[in-house]
Design a protein around this ligand. Structure first.
Ligand SMILES: CC(C)(COP(=O)(O)OP(=O)(O)OC[C@H]1O[C@@H](n2cnc3c(N)ncnc32)[C@H](O)[C@@H]1OP(=O)(O)O)[C@@H](O)C(=O)NCCC(=O)NCCS
Length: 146
C-alpha cells in the first residue's frame, strides 16, 4: 500500500495525538498539556509559521512532520526547519519517513523556500535515512535555557 503525504486536518487529532505522545516519549519528554494544545493549534493555523504534514497509508495517518518556516539573514527566501518527525513504530521501514521528507522538498521547491534542514542526535539510527538526502554539516548547537 502506497504512502501519501498531505496537510494536517482538524479531524486528524485522534490519530495525531498518539503519534505525538510516541514522539515525546521517544525523547523522554513530559510536555505540559498546554504546550501540546498550543502546538496542535498552531500546526492548523494558516497564520502561524508552524505547519504539519502527515503520512497516510490505507486511509490511516501513520506519521507526521512538524515544521516552522522562518526568515534568514542570508537569504530573501523562507527557510524550513523540520522540528519533529515521527512514524508509528509498527510501520517503520516502509518509506513513510522518506515520503515525508520528499514531500517537504517538493513543497519547498514549489513555494520557493531556500532550504530545508533538521537537527538530530549524533547517534540517532534515523541518520541512515537522513544520509540518503545529503551530508550532515559540522556545526554544533549551543542552547541556553531562559
Ligand atoms: C526516523 C523515522 C521517522 C523514519 O521513519 P521510517 O518511516 O521508518 O523511515 P523510512 O521507512 O522512510 O526509512 C527509509 C530508509 O531509512 C532507514 N531507516 C529509517 N529510520 C531508521 C532507523 N530508525 N534505524 C535504521 N534505519 C532506519 C530504513 O531502513 C530505510 O532504508 P532503505 O531505504 O535502505 O530501505 C522513524 O524511524 C521514527 O519515527 N523514529 C523515532 C523518532 C525519531 O527518531 N524521529 C526523528 C528525530 S530527528
Amino acid at each position: 500500500m502506497a504512502v501519501t503525504v498531505r496537510a494536517l486536518h482538524e479531524d486528524d487529532y485522534s490519530r495525531w495525538r498518539p503519534l505525538w505522545d510516541g514522539y515525546t516519549q521517544f525523547y523522554d519528554c513530559e510536555l505540559d498539556e498546554s504546550v501540546t494544545a498550543f502546538t496542535w493549534e498552531r500546526a492548523l493555523n494558516p497564520g502561524s509559521p508552524m505547519f504539519c504534514r502527515v503520512a497516510e497509508m490505507d486511509g490511516h495517518v501513520i506519521g507526521f512532520a512538524l515544521c516552522i518556516l522562518h526568515e534568514g539573514t542570508w537569504s530573501t527566501a523562507p527557510i524550513c526547519y523540520l522540528e519533529d518527525l515521527f512514524v508509528d513504530a509498527s510501520v517503520r521501514g516502509i518509506g513513510a519517513g522518506k515520503a515525508l521528507i520528499n514531500a517537504l522538498m517538493a513543497e519547498g521547491k514549489r513555494e520557493g523556500w531556500s532550504k530545508l534542514y533538521w537537527v538530530t542526535r549524533q547517534n540517532n539510527p534515523a541518520r541512515k535515512l537522513y544520509d540518503q538526502f545529503g551530508e550532515a554539516d559540522d556545526y554544533v548547537r549551543y542552547r541556553l535555557s531562559l
